[in-house]
Design a protein around this ligand. Structure first.
Ligand code: NAG
Ligand code: NAG
Ligand code: NAG
Ligand code: NAG
Ligand code: NAG
Ligand code: NAG
Ligand code: NAG
Ligand code: NAG
Length: 346
């Protein structure tokens, strides 16, 4: 009996520690039914039309080789915010840039990284775009180009993914031009990696990871653009990290005062099938890898406190591309990056 218990415990531990290997399929219906039949669950899952999901799909979307531990953040390059707190300072208990009347800036755009590990660029350039709009009081509301940073930054490995530091360095030194998401006809260089694989009505991806688009330094790839606006370059004036493990007040304050922020979190398999509500990791879910996203809000609903964020998996995924996640789940919101745009374009 004792032996049996020990063995079960070992198996349970292994179930959590071991991730998928090639050839495995994720049992989508099992995960989705488990979540949706749990009366205590604060979120709903969707099969997105799949019975099983080949592990290749996951490897096209999440960089399973990127592992993270908390210490890593503090060792990374970049200055940490000094957390100066003024007595009596307060922020709302619930806030979202999607619904606030503080601005006319449009912050509900959702990109689709497709089979390219450009999530970090989507999150950083997305918050850069939003904060530039806020800082210009709504007069600059064009999306900045993910494509340009992805293709022209020599210090990152393009669609194979990269840490945030080299992206931030490029945004500060070289900056980026304008450019919307795939097929958006917006800006000078829109995103060029065609949506594939993954969720709903998609063509399968022809390879696991897309090739990195070629850098086009001095031309607009969007024909419509040239006739409309200038292809100016926007740079960051500064950026900093906010460590919010012990106290998330500073991250929330920065979000509320200055605009969306970026965070990194751990993705478990059940998150792939999130549809709505406040996501919380189910106990039996398996770790897949890391994802970087843009936080747009926070709050408390029915006693559960959450962050609200924009993912870069298209609008068919989740709540029109957005999701809410329970505070403290998956290290979400512990490691935050905030950007400060320079509003003078050159
Ligand atoms: C909160 O409670 C209301 C009313 O019971 C319900 O409609 C809503 O879905 C709940 N929200 C969450 C995230 O559970
Ligand atoms: C925090 O303070 C240090 C020392 O005064 C300074 O070098 C650093 O730039 C500050 N960080 C931020 C984000 O302002
Ligand atoms: C925005 O909404 C808040 C809260 O609902 C309200 O107090 C404030 O007057 C509104 N501001 C504007 C400019 O409409
Ligand atoms: C935006 O509005 C604020 C407050 O009215 C003002 O101080 C600031 O100079 C404005 N910024 C720009 C870029 O117009
Ligand atoms: C980025 O800026 C550096 C320094 O000015 C320059 O040498 C480099 O060519 C620039 N890279 C791009 C892609 O513009
Ligand atoms: C993805 O990579 C795996 C392992 O290298 C390989 O077996 C599979 O065929 C690849 N899938 C595609 C669509 O290239
Ligand atoms: C802007 O685009 C035009 C046309 O593609 C090009 O001739 C020009 O050099 C570009 N300017 C800058 C600053 O990149
Ligand atoms: C913003 O950019 C302009 C133009 O490149 C530059 O002159 C100015 O010093 C920059 N401002 C800051 C605060 O970096």
């Amino acid at each position: 009996m004792f032996y049996w218990k020990t063995l079960t415990a070992l198996l349970v531990i292994q179930y959590h520690v071991y991730s998928y290997s090639y050839g495995n399929n994720i049992d989508v219906e099992k995960i989705v039914n488990f979540v949706n039949n749990n009366p205590k669950s604060t979120w709903k899952a969707d099969t997105y039309g799949m019975k099983t999901m080949p592990i290749d799909f996951v490897r096209q979307r999440i960089n399973v080789n990127r592992k993270y531990n908390g210490k890593h953040f503090l060792q990374q390059k970049g200055s940490i915010e000094n957390h100066s707190y003024q007595y009596g300072e307060s922020i709302p208990t619930t806030f979202s840039w999607l619904t606030t009347n503080k601005t006319t800036c449009k912050m509900d755009r959702i990109g689709d990284q497709s089979n390219c590990f450009s999530d970090t660029i989507f999150a950083l350039v997305g918050s850069f775009t939003d904060r530039l709009c806020l800082k210009t009081n709504g007069s600059m509301n064009e999306h900045l180009s993910v494509e340009y940073v992805l293709s022209c930054n020599p210090d990152i490995s393009g669609c194979s993914g990269s840490w945030d530091y080299n992206i931030l360095k490029f945004l500060k030194l070289n900056g980026t031009i304008t450019g919307g998401y795939y097929d958006s006809d917006e800006g000078c260089q829109p995103y060029s990696v065609r949506p594939c694989g993954g969720f709903l009505d998609r063509m399968p991806c022809s390879s696991n990871i897309s090739y990195t688009p070629k850098c086009k330094k001095k031309e607009c790839t969007n024909d419509w653009h040239v006739y409309r606006t200038e292809n100016l370059t926007y740079k960051l004036q500064n950026w900093y990290r906010i460590y919010a493990y012990y106290n998330d007040f500073y991250a929330k304050r920065d979000l509320y005062n200055n605009g969306p922020i970026m965070t990194t979190f751990s993705v478990y398999d059940d998150f792939l099938f999130y549809k709505k509500g406040i996501y919380e990791r189910t106990y039996s879910s398996k770790f897949l890898g890391l994802q970087d996203v843009k936080i747009v809000g926070y709050g408390t609903e029915n006693g559960t406190s959450y962050w609200q964020a924009a993912n870069s998996w298209g609008t068919s995924w989740g709540d029109n591309g957005f999701f809410k996640i329970k505070h403290g789940t998956c290290s979400f919101g512990y490691y935050v990056v905030a950007v400060e745009p320079n509003i003078t374009a050159t």
